[in-house]
Design a protein around this ligand. Sequence first.
Ligand SMILES: *[C@@H]1O[C@H](CO)[C@@H](O)[C@H](O)[C@H]1NC(C)=O
Ligand SMILES: *[C@@H]1O[C@H](CO)[C@@H](O)[C@H](O)[C@H]1NC(C)=O
Ligand SMILES: *[C@@H]1O[C@H](CO)[C@@H](O)[C@H](O)[C@H]1NC(C)=O
Ligand SMILES: [Ca+2]
Ligand SMILES: [Ca+2]
Length: 214
Amino acid sequence: MLLSVLWWLSSPVFLLVVCAGPKEEKPEEDVTVEVQHRPFICHRKSKFGDLLLLHHEGYFQNGTMFHSSRVHGNKQPGWLTLGIKEAIVGWDRGLRDMCAGEKRKLLIPPALAYGKEGKGKIPPNSTLTFLMELLEIRNGPQSIESFQEMDLNDDWRLSRKEVKEYLQKEFELNGQPPNDTLQEQILDNIFKKEDRNKDGFLSSREFTYKRDEL
Ligand SMILES: *[C@@H]1O[C@H](CO)[C@@H](O)[C@H](O)[C@H]1NC(C)=O
Ligand SMILES: *[C@@H]1O[C@H](CO)[C@@H](O)[C@H](O)[C@H]1NC(C)=O
Ligand SMILES: *[C@@H]1O[C@H](CO)[C@@H](O)[C@H](O)[C@H]1NC(C)=O
Ligand SMILES: [Ca+2]
Ligand SMILES: [Ca+2]
């Protein structure tokens, strides 16, 4: 008797029943990540709020490619801010802790891609496969690193003057001619949108992205 119970406990049938669970709860589908290439040297891993420079290829389940950043558009890799649903949630989830130079294959269920509706070339309820190559990681525009860089007097808040100096540097770096009118407009917009308590300063909390549950 005891022996047969022990056998039954350790049999795969029992394990299967346990895994399925009594309530038949379906675990939420997640992104399946397969690392295809990881560089030998990795100084920094991608995290929430980082700017990522990526090449991507998207495939349907039948293997047909529907988009490639190397072939379509301007054939250039694109920048993505990680974690703020800029593209699809499946990317926000599947591109975390990634090294520059790393290549991944992401299998993304419809709920974390284009859902029941689909979009453009993507039919409703499509599971998608993406081949991603991460080329570069930079501090996000609204990251804590950028905040610290902009906070010249280290008082943990950004004055209009501090944000303006940063904008001027960004304009120079991007080779744009200085344009005070435009910069004042951008400043107005930033403070109107982000200075929630209207004290004329951006706190780190006001400045950085809110972390949504993904
Ligand atoms: C593959 O699937 C896509 C989307 O469902 C469809 O548009 C395309 O025609 C299919 N290609 C082949 C070769 O079946
Ligand atoms: C997509 O899936 C949902 C349920 O997951 C279903 O109700 C709906 O009919 C499907 N749509 C299409 C076009 O297959
Ligand atoms: C500066 O920006 C303003 C507002 O966008 C624009 O109307 C104006 O033409 C720009 N001036 C120059 C010299 O580029
Ligand atoms: Ca400051
Ligand atoms: Ca404020």
